[in-house]
Design a protein around this ligand. Sequence first.
Ligand code: RUB
Length: 307
Amino acid sequence: MQQLLDTAEKIRTMEIRGAGRIAVAAAGALRDYVKDLQVSSFEEFETKVAEASRILVETRPTAVSLPNAVKLAGRYDASTIEEAREQIIASANEFIERAEKALDTIAEIGAKRLKDGDVVMTHCNSHAAIAIIKAAHKQGKNIRVYATESRPRRQGFITIRELNDAGVPTTLIVDSAVRLTMKEVDVVIVGADSITANGALVNKIGTSQLALAAKEARVNFISAAETYKFHPKTVMGDMIEIEDRSPDEVIDPEIMEKLPNVKVSNPAFDVTPAEYIDLIVTDAGAFPPAMAFVVIRDYLGLDLLEN
Ligand code: RUB
């Protein structure tokens, strides 16, 4: 259990972050927990797996990759402990493998949308978005990137390091420079934490500002999203919770102490409506956002709706 609790803590504190990474880490943690689980009855096994799944899912509320991963990794249809254990280990390994392959497929499909000489803007740090940029660069296309800083956690610094290491010419901008810079951009590529049944994109706070500026400048806006980032429960009308994080990420607590009339709001994600999105590049193909329900039904399965 300690290992699973450690992984949960790393997700909560964002030592492990990004929708894809937290999904893979959670699937691996559940698998390793089940491997060593000592119980005296099948009922106890079921209770303990459900409890471990809940702990992982409750670490962060917005990225649906997390509950989807835990459900897909935790799948079993067995009546003995040993059978169930084997099935969960196999399901988790299958999920992790699928997640890794998905990035390669997204890179391959997405790179076709980039032309030699294109200028790309990206936001925060998305492995799926970066996979596309790197693939196009590797194909010999001359790609330049504008990467936003992404306050308050500055995940843009991870992005510029990764692009630097790949040899992609990159310019860092502060978040408020997005609209001014958009006139030099050919395509925006961002990741996804969740995609709803009506094709809306939930991603790092500020993503919707890139989308607004892109629409105004007639720049294509693409989201790179593995199929496990589509949100099954939104089919039933469920709303996605936007994570509210600590004010300490935005302002030094000592400064805050001296400002008794000031509050800090620190929402971590925002929602970009479908009409601002030209294309969602997934491991099942590149679709317009209007196809989101079909992706949920055909590639995830509506059985994910069950608790
Ligand atoms: C990360 C973020 C990323 C998506 C997609 O937010 O919003 O754009 O998670 O990333 P945080 P990836 O840093 O708060 O986790 O493509 O790597 O899954």
